[in-house]
Ligand binder design. Structure first.
Ligand code: FE
Length: 296
């Protein structure tokens, strides 16, 4: 039960695509490949590594995630996952037209307990032209997949049953604070590719997604861009207790947040033990807004 090997891609909605064209490239350091790939003007495609794209921003009402793409190794893994989801009573559909649009070989889709559209795919397209970050940034992806996503969920038990039970994610650890327990799940050595916490006021929603870079100075340089461009910083620089990443949080033009970080911890499943922390951060990660929970 280990079909999913990593976070593959993320689809987001935004009202102002031009904001993403600037933010995605000049702040995050992603490469805008919309013209290269030749998509319609209502979509922005951003690249982070050798894969043809990792983020798709679609014209639409800001908020939430349009879809989340989880990668599996091959056709057999995709079929096995589809069979297991069907057996668990989840409605799964194969969608070849969507696979073509996402530039992958095969794709099935379903929705999670909060209605988020999930896509499972194998065979992402790798073009021969190189990834060139406009800011000279190198993202930590590869076998670790594309960073992580963090969701506010309406029903913690339902989320646990779906992601840990049906999908086969593995629990890394939990952080308990303000009476809530944040769950951190992995599918490869990256400490977590998915995290969620029940929050009735904010759910269902994508809280943030995380991008990891391979140089602490690129976290600092990005922080300088955030500062000079007036991007809203939502959590100051800090180091998380559990995945040990040094990161900061900022708003993105889709209304959710981006965690930009470095030095995330790796999990070895043969020796890993689940633990429970009582704080999200060893230091830093200060959040100005007192009405909002801190996240990891
Ligand atoms: Fe995070």
């Amino acid at each position: 039960m280990t079909e999913i090997v990593g976070l593959g891609y993320l689809g987001l909605y935004a009202e102002k695509l031009d904001d993403w064209r600037t933010y995605g490239t000049e702040v995050l350091g992603l490469q805008n490949v919309s013209e290269k790939i030749g998509v319609e003007s209502d979509t922005v495609l951003l690249r982070a590594d050798e894969q043809s794209w990792r983020f798709a921003i679609h014209q639409g009402e800001t908020g939430g995630a349009a879809y989340i793409g989880w990668e599996v190794a091959n056709r057999r893994a995709l079929d096995d996952l589809g069979d297991r989801l069907s057996a668990a009573g989840v409605t799964v559909e194969e969608d070849q037209a969507c696979a073509q649009e996402r530039r992958v070989e095969g794709l099935i889709r379903c929705v999670d307990p909060d209605g988020h559209r999930l896509e499972f795919f194998y065979g992402p397209h790798i073009p021969k032209y190189p990834f060139v970050s406009p800011r000279g940034v190198r993202f930590v992806t590869g076998d670790l997949g594309l960073g992580h996503v963090f969701f506010f969920v309406t029903d913690l038990d339902a989320a646990k049953e779906f992601y840990l039970g049906s999908l086969g994610f593995r629990l890394s650890d939990t952080i308990e604070f303000h009476g809530r327990k944040v769950h951190f799940l992995h599918v490869n050595p990256r400490h977590h590719s998915l995290a969620f916490v029940q929050n009735e006021e904010l759910a269902p929603a994508l809280g943030h997604f995380m991008l990891e870079v391979d140089d602490i100075d690129d976290v600092g340089r990005t922080l300088d861009e955030v500062d000079s461009r007036g991007v809203t910083l939502t959590e100051t620089l800090g180091r998380h207790t559990n995945d040990r990443a040094i990161s900061f949080f900022m708003k993105n033009p889709s209304g959710s947040e981006v965690e930009y970080g470095y030095d995330g911890r790796l999990v070895d499943d043969t020796t890993w033990r689940v633990t429970n922390y009582d704080a999200t951060s060893l230091w830093g990660h200060h959040r100005d807004r007192p009405d909002t929970d801190s996240e990891s």
